[in-house]
Each structure stands twice: as structure tokens, then as C-alpha cells.
Design a protein around this ligand. Structure first.
Ligand code: DLZ
Length: 163
């Protein structure tokens, strides 16, 4: 669904699980750093707004979005978090490289979700140009870092409330 139709940045805070007992890992790509640092800031602010303690958030960086899956696995194994948020930004260029990177990240994060007992959140922008990325890291389409944080809280809540 297009993000202009469903914008998770507008959410009801009362419906978000309390994060005060949660440990969250974040892995963030250095490629397109101006965008990914804004995603990281959004995710951090939102996690802390919902009770996650700063000392319970571990952040690791990787060179590019293709490395997010490996980085997320390392965070999962070394920091024992309740969820791992993957943040990156892939902007389409003139070659099919974009498609290969996006496919690799998607498959990698999907496999992590199936292989581990914690959720791995896909907070990766895949855009046609820089403007679309800027619109989604604090611009007119909200901040997908905030949305990734909300998704992490909801997924951890799903585990702890599942019967
Ligand atoms: C090589 C590359 C290119 C062309 N574009 C991006 C991009 O838009 N966003 C991103 O996060 N990473 C990009 N990379 C780097 C790859 O993700 C990866 O780091 C390298 O291919 C090395 O494995």
C-alpha cells in the first residue's frame, strides 16, 4: 500500500505496547548517511517515547544496506534484544544494481525472521530518487524510522501477549 494512503507515523500512542522492559537492537547503514541518520533519530526518539531505556538500545552500523542482514544477525546474537530494527536507504541508479541489493536485503531480513525467535524489522527505504527518500525520513510522508520503531514495539508486544 502506498505510504501516502497509510502513514504509520500517525498512530494512536495508547495502542502501542510499553517498551520499558524491552531491549531493542538497531543496525543502520552508512550508505546515504544523511537519510539513514534521520531514520535512526526517528527510531530512537519513538522507542524512548514509548519507554525503552537508552541503555537498552544497542546500535551498530554497517557499510551499506546489503550488509544489514549480517549486521542484524550479529546484533541478535551479541546483544540478545527482543527485536532488531534494520535501517537503510537504497536509491535507484542507472543499473539493475538497485534491484539486486533490494532483493538481497528483503530475502536476508525475511530469513532472519524465520530463523530466529525475535522479529527483524524492515526499515529500509527503496526509492526512485533522493527526494522520495527525504520525504520519508522526516518529510511529507513522515519518518519511516518512527514507523519501524512502532512496528518493533508492536511485534514484541505480539510475542508477550500471545496465548
Ligand atoms: C553499491 C551500492 C549502491 C550502488 N547503492 C547503494 C544504495 O543506494 N544504498 C545502500 O544502502 N547501499 C548501496 N550500495 C552499497 C551496498 O549496499 C553494499 O554495501 C555493497 O554492494 C558492498 O556489499
Amino acid at each position: 500500500m502506498a505510504s501516502s494512503l497509510k502513514n504509520l507515523s500517525d498512530y494512536d500512542p495508547a495502542l502501542i505496547p510499553d517498551g520499558s522492559s524491552m531491549k531493542i537492537g538497531i543496525v543502520v547503514s552508512e550508505w546515504n548517511e544523511a537519510i539513514t541518520s534521520a531514520l535512526l533519530e526517528g527510531a530512537m526518539n519513538t522507542l524512548q517515547k514509548h519507554g525503552v531505556k537508552r541503555e537498552n538500545i544497542s546500535i551498530r552500523t554497517v557499510p551499506g544496506s546489503f550488509e544489514l542482514s549480517f549486521g542484524a544477525r550479529i546484533v541478535a546474537e551479541q546483544s540478545t534484544p527482543n527485536a532488531v530494527i534494520c535501517l537503510g536507504c537504497v536509491i535507484q541508479g542507472e543499473t539493475p544494481h538497485f534491484d539486486y541489493i533490494c532483493q538481497g536485503i528483503t530475502l536476508g531480513i525475511t530469513e532472519l525472521n524465520l530463523d530466529y525467535d525475535i522479529p527483524f524489522i524492515f526499515g529500509v527505504l527503496t526509492t526512485l530518487n533522493l527526494q522520495q527518500a527525504e520525504d520519508r525520513c522526516g518529510g511529507k510522508h513522515g519518518n519511516k524510522g518512527d514507523e519501524a520503531a512502532i512496528t518493533a514495539l508492536k511485534m514484541v508486544g505480539l510475542i508477550t501477549t500471545a496465548s
